[in-house]
Design a protein around this ligand. Structure first.
Ligand code: NDP
Length: 275
């Protein structure tokens, strides 16, 4: 019997599989094969976004899989230019491309502070949630100051904040803030797009436990309670990244990886990203 996938219970009671599959930078016509490989390997949570241009390819793999809809957890994201008035139509377009009648998690992709529309967008998200078209609503790339403004609206607290997080950028301030407010942290670029995989602190542990560096990094995330969504288009890596449920890192291993923090951001800074 394979080990069961651990889940994180979101602040509205919905369960999100802790390990999912991301499809950033996968062309639409290659996405069906990648997502099919992931579903075949056992992943049940898929993370896409309108701006990735591959919701159709993702939806095709879901339809072809024959897996019951309620066994899957599908996340997509609202692009920045669709914040505010265009949000409901953008959501409808995502659903149509995915070929679904609801999504499990809908995220505001970036705060895009110069637009100053994320509060209005959040109210549109609350309406989608109230109408039963999404099982949970959340945000991505939000700093504590952005989260605080949403909380101050007095309505729904975001279920998730999906942020860049890996050994070189551990985001302790945001994680602490989110923890204090019941917001789950989901790590994007959990492998730092491969940049941390040759770190001696990681490869030494990998050699000792007989696993790959990627598996050690994913295990480090899981043991700290984070949701992770590694991406790969390579079937062997897709399977490797999923095969992390049957070993445990020691506290010393975790601390050794924690020591790799160096503010090593690979993506844009949310305070400045207004595209
Ligand atoms: P990841 O940290 O998941 O790294 C992906 C890269 O690592 C790819 O180049 C992949 O290569 C390689 N890789 C994957 N597995 C292994 C392995 N076992 N060994 C060696 N190399 C490996 O980066 P992403 O940026 O893709 O982040 C993951 C997901 O997070 C995205 O797909 C997306 O869903 C989400 N995301 C969200 C963002 C947001 O703003 N909300 C921003 C960025 C990402 P290959 O594919 O060639 O096998």
């Amino acid at each position: 019997m394979p080990n069961p996938m651990p889940t994180i219970t979101l602040n509205n009671g919905v369960q999100l599989p802790q390990l999912g599959f991301g499809v950033f930078q996968v062309p639409d016509d290659e996405t069906t094969a990648a997502v099919s490989a992931a579903l075949g390997a056992g992943y049940r949570s898929i993370d896409t976004a309108a701006v990735y241009g591959n919701e159709r390819g993702t939806g095709r793999a879901i339809a072809e899989s024959g897996i019951a809809r309620d066994e899957l957890f599908v996340t997509t994201k609202l692009w920045n230019s669709e914040q505010g008035d265009p949000t409901p139509a953008a959501f409808d377009a995502s659903l149509e491309k995915l070929g679904l009648d609801y999504v499990d998690l809908y995220l505001i992709h970036w705060p895009s502070p110069a637009r100053d529309l994320y509060l209005k967008t959040w109210e549109a998200f609350e309406k989608l949630y109230a109408d039963g078209r999404v099982r949970a609503i959340g945000v991505s790339n939000f700093l504590p100051e952005h989260l605080q403004r949403i909380i101050d609206l007095g309505g729904t607290v975001p279920a998730v904040n999906q942020i860049e997080l890996h050994p070189a950028l551990q985001q302790r301030t945001i994680t602490e803030f989110a923890g204090a407010h019941g917001i789950a942290i989901e790590a994007w670029s959990p492998l730092a797009q491969g940049a941390v995989l040759s770190e001696p602190a990681i490869t030494t542990i990998a050699a000792r436990v007989g696993r790959t560096a990627a598996q050690v990094v994913l295990r480090w995330h899981l043991q700290q309670g984070r949701i992770v969504i590694p991406k790969s288009v390579t079937p062997s890596r897709i399977a490797e990244n999923f095969d992390v449920l049957d070993f445990t890192l020691t506290d010393a291993d975790l601390a050794g990886i924690d020591a790799l923090e160096r503010d090593g951001r690979t993506g844009p800074h949310p305070a400045e990203f207004n595209r």
